[in-house]
Design a protein around this ligand. Structure first.
Ligand SMILES: Cc1ncc(COP(=O)(O)O)c(C=O)c1O
Ligand SMILES: N[C@@H](CCCC[NH3+])C(=O)O
Length: 433
């Protein structure tokens, strides 16, 4: 009935998450409010872990892409669940370090890491640095040599796969700022250079074809292309690369009609493609890494707002304004990303209205969704927007100097604040006096 397994209805007809009444949570912690169900996050970690173990015989690692939602609490959960961590900035690395995340399980991504970030990664002993380009390769080699270290690296490769998703979240095609192209020969040239370097040890290759993908074929195809490249590397240099990192991108259910593939099914099919291609190309099966972000935290979260003004424009549309908006969820304005919403305090009632859910920023495009089916809403109602656990808090801003909402985490029904609400003082903290 709901887009996520952690959601439900209670006897009052209120929406629940992790068994807790969302209306009560809104009263206790105020709105806007992000709520995350830790049990759901842990279930997702576990099912990915089991699936990788099942299909790769324990020769694989699930690394959580922390860009989807990064805070200390999540880094701790992921560490406890035995996953690796994908970071893309000094800030994400700092968050991981601040909870003592095991450095050997960290993968450092990014198309333009700064000198300072590379130094921080080397000093923390980050297990794998995913090198994006020639400039970074040279820089990392120099930084490592001058510190008497050897950085273990993967190369980010553009496999040339056109996954069917929004343009801004597609990354595997040739016209992308990420990675080294196969067809131009630059990926092979990077391998040749790395093999002769003293500060880096090339362990494998990485690709990420995009995000919120529902099809399995692009993932299978990417695995085949990447293994083909690994076979070419073996033929050219005699080196058999040990690691194949296939990235993330698995789609989640945002709307009731969305039908994402079970993650286990992805894993089974992709493992089959890996097995077949390795056999055909005479390769040993590499150690497999996958990097899900959205699918680990997305379904575990929702956002609660208080309804304010209702503006009916006859023959045009009805705007229902809430006390948040693009500041806490910029995904509609960026990608027209669809969400399901409901009146949390009347969640059992039928959805009889079509509304445009508007934010409170001084920006016409500040919408959380259009043509949304909802129960009739009045000022003071609690509005829940579902499946906001990924890329919402992570992409939040202070536009219009609106403080960012807190994140409340639920574990076995017990709530705690894992990120506190920003205050007005927080907003002026870095301003000159
Ligand atoms: C390199 C890399 N890995 C993993 C991810 C996580 O993707 P998703 O959240 O779609 O699983 C991303 C983001 O799309 C990415 O850029
Ligand atoms: N932030 C995007 C996806 C990009 C993922 C990072 N490579 C989203 O909200 O869907």
């Amino acid at each position: 009935m709901f887009v996520s397994d952690c959601l439900g209805l209670n006897a009052l007809g209120h929406l629940t998450i992790g068994g807790r009444d969302t209306v009560e949570l809104a009263q206790t912690y105020g709105t806007p409010l992000y709520v995350m169900d830790e049990d759901e996050i842990r279930r997702a970690c576990e099912s990915y872990r089991e699936s990788v173990n099942r299909y790769y015989g324990g020769r694989g690692l699930v690394t959580y892409a922390s860009k989807a939602f990064c805070c200390k609490a999540v880094c701790r959960i992921v560490a406890e669940e035995g996953l690796g961590l994908d970071v893309v900035s000094g800030g994400e690395l700092y968050t991981a370090k601040s909870v003592g995340f095991p450095p050997e399980r960290i993968f450092f991504h990014g198309n333009n890491k700064t000198v300072q970030e590379l130094i921080e990664a080397l000093e923390y002993g980050v297990g794998t640095i995913v090198v994006d380009n020639f400039d970074e390769l040279m820089l990392l080699d120099q930084l490592a040599v001058s510190r008497g270290k050897v950085a273990e690296i993967l190369f980010r490769i553009k496999p040339g796969i056109d996954a069917h998703t929004h343009d801004f979240v597609r990354t595997g095609q040739i016209d992308s700022k990420f990675g080294l192209a196969l067809e131009t020969g630059e990926a092979m040239e990077a391998v040749r250079q790395a093999v002769g370097m003293k500060g880096v040890r090339l362990k494998g290759v990485h690709c990420h074809i995009g995000s919120q993908i529902f099809d399995i074929e692009p993932f299978e195809h990417a695995a085949e292309v990447m293994l083909g490249f690994m076979a070419d590397v073996k033929a050219e240099t005699g080196r058999e690369l040990e690691i194949l990192d296939l990235g993330g991108g698995f789609g989640i259910k945002y709307l009731p009609e969305h039908d994402p593939v079970q993650y286990d099914r992805y894993m089974q099919r992709v493992a089959g493609a890996v097995e077949r291609t390795c056999k055909a190309r005479g390769l040993r099966t590499p150690f497999i890494v996958i990097e899900p972000g959205r699918s680990i935290v997305g379904p575990a979260g929702l956002t609660l707002y208080t309804a304010g003004a209702v503006k009916e424009i006859p023959g045009v549309r009805t705007y229902l304004s809430v006390d948040g908006g693009m500041g806490d969820n910029p995904r509609y304005i960026l990608y027209q990303a669809p969400y399901e919403a409901m009146v949390a305090n009347r969640a059992a009632e039928p959805k009889t209205r079509t509304v445009t859910l508007a934010g409170r920023c001084c920006e016409s495009g500040d919408l959380i969704g259009e043509h949304m089916q909802m129960q009739e809403a009045r000022a003071g109602d609690i509005i829940a927007v579902l499946a906001t656990g990924a890329y919402n808090y992570a992409m939040a801003s202070n536009y219009n100097r609106i403080p960012r909402p807190p994140v409340v985490m639920l574990r076995e029904g017990r709530a705690r604040v894992v990120v506190r609400r920003e205050s007005y003082e927080d907003l002026v903290r870095n301003d000159e006096d």
